[in-house]
Design a protein around this ligand. Sequence first.
Ligand code: PEP
Ligand code: MG
Length: 847
Amino acid sequence: MVGIVVVTHSAVLGQGVKELAEQMTQGRVPLAVAGGIDDPEHPIGTDPVRVMAAIEEVQQGDGVLVLMDLGSALMSAETALDLLPPEVAAQVRLCAAPLVEGVMAAAVQASIGADLETVAREAESALAAKAELLGMAPPQGEAAPDVAPDAASPVPPAPIVAGGQELTLVVPNRLGLHARPAARIVTALGPFVADVHLVRGDRVVSARSVNRIATLAVRGGDTVTFRATGADAAHALKALADLAAENFGDLPDAAMSSGKSITAGPDGQGKPAAAGAPAARGGVPASPGIAMGPAVWHRPAFDAPPPSLVAGDPDSEAARLEAALDAARKELAALERRTAAMAGKQEAEIFVMHRLLLDDATIAGDARQRIAERHEPAEAAWYAVIDLAAESFRQLPEGYMRERAADLVDVGARVLRLLTGAPPSGPRLDRPSVLLAADLGPSDMAHLDPALVLGIVTAQGGATSHAAILARSMGIPAVAGAGALAANVADGVTVALDGSTGEVWIAPAPDVRASIESRRAAWLAAREAALAGAARPAVTTDGRHVHVHANIGAPADAPPALKNGAEGVGLFRTEFLFLDRAAAPDEEEQRAAYVAAAAAMPGLPVVVRTLDIGGDKPVPYLGDFAAGEDNPFLGLRGIRFCLARRELFLTQLRALLRAAAEHPLRVMFPMVAHPGELAAAKAMLEEARAALAAEGLPHGPVEVGIMVEVPAAVALADQLARESAFFSIGTNDLAQYVMAADRGNAAVADLSDALHPAVLRMVRDTVAAGNAAGIPVAMCGELAGSAEAIPLLVGLGLDELSMNGPAIPRAKDVVRGCDMAACAKLAERALELPDAAAVRRLLKGGG
Ligand code: PEP
Ligand code: MG
């Protein structure tokens, strides 16, 4: 993306221009200010070294446009060019445009990926709009608006080629197509190739230029027509119609005329201004903690396969390619559905586009041809075709085609991963950063280096998505479900987040930065203090030992959990061993993983949960069950899936029994709804044991328990308790099923809240059934790790709380401060409240 540098005599002026531009572009454009000089007594002036540093800060390889205010600013900019290495200076262009108008126009063009030439041209014609509106001729040397700018010139009878399409509408927003709506029109057209013009009366201008649109002075209530030609003209007009339906992004007029002061948030949307309020936007709080740093987008790696790769015969290579393409289609279909459910149809459209790219006959056809004619391995053929196509996109001058190149590489990487069977390589960071991603899979998370990942913001997902769960277990602050807010941030822009509140700041102002920094320091200090007492048991003031265990997703999570004071593993989510790979782990690989987890917890209990896939976790190599189900969360998930896939399940059970020969293990079945399922699963465990015995392979005893996470299991808890050695309550699923509210859907997050009294009553009933049968009752849902909720959970009588490792020290501290009688009273009161919000108020001491 083209970077922009603002050179001004006044740092304050520069900052103001920068903020305006960031509002127009949601902080997507790398923009730096070289304002004022380093002399507190006389701060007005310009400094070539500051200009040079600003250029270096924003240059990303696509060029830098420098705009200056007056006088010495020009000299400083020229000197800075002399100071820069020639190869950097060659990519810098000094621009004669007026500062404010020029920066705004340039930023919008840069934000849609236009090249340096286009960005400069747009900036240089920035005075045209003002001149037009004032009835003056455009300044000398300034490009005239492209088509019939003069009111005296009628619109040509056929200004666009035959076959064009039109969209006529009455402009709905009172202020008309002023700068921000114009910027949104230009941005909305970014992904399309169509040639689009805007017509008002007898005037017609390019709809791809903020300046040109402004010359039309369109007001609310005016009738305008968009005319489009080109392959995707209809889609471009549809995007404009959608934008118009949303008031071109302006607030509804009722709010605008109410007399409230309106400011613009970081998304460019007007909203009531609160004095001094930081420009923070919300996502879903996903992992507590505060972070701030430069944004880095995670996109899957797309690397050339090694030249040593040997091709099989062309037919088998072609078949491998087809299988990978098919699997990629299924992944994309599942992602599309999940995203549409969680974030909305519009957000999901990216996956539709990826599927179209995948189905592009030339790309797949070229790859097949290379396999047939050059006898290349499928990986090499696919890589070469995608790389070539992406490169030719990159060579095109228009920014929107460059974005197509990135999409093509995304799709290419997906197929390549499925071909090689390699897990994703994970985000690549070379300095401490805030990681942004559409979503992160378990393998992405497994590759994260907590020393470099200051925080995570994902566009999709919720608090109980697996990325969120893993972020908590790694102690990385995270906000999920930030939607378009995250999608529009460019690499390098400062992003801050508070994972406890869900706040996200894009390019925060200096005073906001200072306050975020001090909040981060306080959070780090509290974390250190809690770690100091982590090893001691969690015993209430009146002597009840509440066991505090860890949830893990891989053996590697166990040692840090132990350090955090875990007294065992309460939940090993074994599905993480199965995700993001081309084939299921075999018996030996699984056995080794279970042994490794148990060995890391010497002498301590370890509960291994059998495979819980389905729902929102597509595992293409295990079949099409997720893509084919209308309601995957209500479908073939957890124990249901395992009972239907006997071979897969038997392999896991054998691996568990063999691991138990070396270390004591407990086995837990997920999603059990009724005693028949438990009996069937236990029968298969016995079948696996008998087979091992017949083969003479060593195996050990295991205790068998169940997750209580389906309402039916609570209703039948007395029957299930007779057949179980322990219960563990999964509040993540229990809450979504009790409340009929998808756990990953931010829109119903207040319903799927496990603190809802409806869910708490289920916890009470489960504990009662466990107590009556004399078996321990644990909780391993995310609620168990909530320090705020722990007194209530202790009061409900839970024997064990299992949570992500970093939450353990604080949780133990809270338990140590609990008095059983007081906690029981608290629980009694909570159970009588009407909703989760009331319970939260009670826990905060306000209820
Ligand atoms: C739960 O549902 O609460 C649980 C612990 O299982 P998972 O989050 O893995 O579905
Ligand atoms: Mg569950």
